[in-house]
Design a protein around this ligand. Sequence first.
Ligand code: EPU
Length: 420
Amino acid sequence: MLNKLLIQGGTRLDGEIRISGAKNAVLPILAGTLLADGPTVIENVPHLHDVTTTVELLGCMGVQVVIDEKLSIEVDTSTIENHVAPYHLVKTMRSSILVLGPLLTRFGEAEVSLPGGCAIGSRPVNLHIKGLQDMGAEIEVVNGYIHARADRLKGARLVMDIVTVTGTENLMMAAALADGVTIIENAAREPEVVDLANYLNTMGAKIEGAGTDTITIEGVEKLTGTRYRVLPDRIETGTYLVAAAISGGRIKVKDTDPTLLDAVIDKLREAGAEVTCGDDWIELDMHGKRPKAVNIRTAPFPAFPTDMQAQFAALNTIAEGTSTIVETVFENRFMHVQELQRMGADIEVEGNTAIVRGVEGLTAAPVMATDLRASASLIMAGLVATGETEVQRIYHIDRGYEIIEEKLAQLGANIRRIPA
Ligand code: EPU
């Protein structure tokens, strides 16, 4: 059923919430279960639409998936019947491409629909394909599907042209069961890549260097089922910190990991927030102040994440001063700007740069979510706008944020979900 969110702006957030498991870690890990002989249990799984889609994708192949109420999922691949990722699922979730490497390396074949267009850029998967070809796979695209075959992949030196997160993950999974050593150079260093490597290593893989730009994988004959707990979601964490900051409020986020958010926390402090961190919590207090404008330049980890750009754009709209936001990862990730303008924001976009002149306040308007993080930024704006903001097409937000309206309500926000 289609829903929308209604937000009555103006409440200063104050309270505590728990952070869920990371979407961008659980998706590759669920794809990685295809590598295991024997059942795997994944813990701290967030309740998200993208997780449901991944479970459906595995189910389509005949894989048995049992979802437990206590945030865990058990996957048993022994019943697998086919190695196909169909178009109707890949088109709704591009990260379905993550089954390509595991299927090919374990079963010798894979048929994965080629992902189509995307709201934030063209997002090709050429580097996933080239890496697998360099490992000896035969790949052709027929009728919109990537058909990949290989008796056994061979270890290779893979030099990535561009830093790609899911590309690095796909190739790392393929290499885990390949014959010989694979070296991925210019690898993505994102914490979710490290989490996947840790998971694969608990299954018996031999992966070193995850978290640096050179990952070395010594292929093994077989990987076995295991139990693994997914790391906390750093983007969900950052989003709630921004929500508190934009409202001038205070928040304590628990069950998170502050070491994953250095660049984001630096920017929040620059914006005037007082931030204190413990082992698994972060507290932010804005003391009722208006934020100061902060310049942002997105880039691969450990630099400022593109997945936090839209939320900081919202923060800057009401900040004191003018800021520049440069998006270097995706070519078209400013779809939230036009919606923010409808709420009174003063933003100018030229190429990959947005110039935001802070205004005193925003006014509520009906707005439309275009992608996951854009939706988050519209909710942030709604929290401070005068009047009732209506955010439509929130199925985007349900892909990546677990019960966002409940968590925000827990912090005192006046927000509710109603049928669209
Ligand atoms: N690219 C290529 N060729 C490829 C692969 C990537 O040209 O074969 C380009 C992309 O077009 C883009 C750049 O490389 O310009 C980086 O893209 P990357 O491959 O790193 O993105 P991704 O792996 O598709 C993941 C996250 C995204 C996040 C990006 C960047 C998952 C499931 N998705 O996407 O998350 O924005 O890395 O950090 O891990 C989100 O959660 O909202 C989201 C979009």
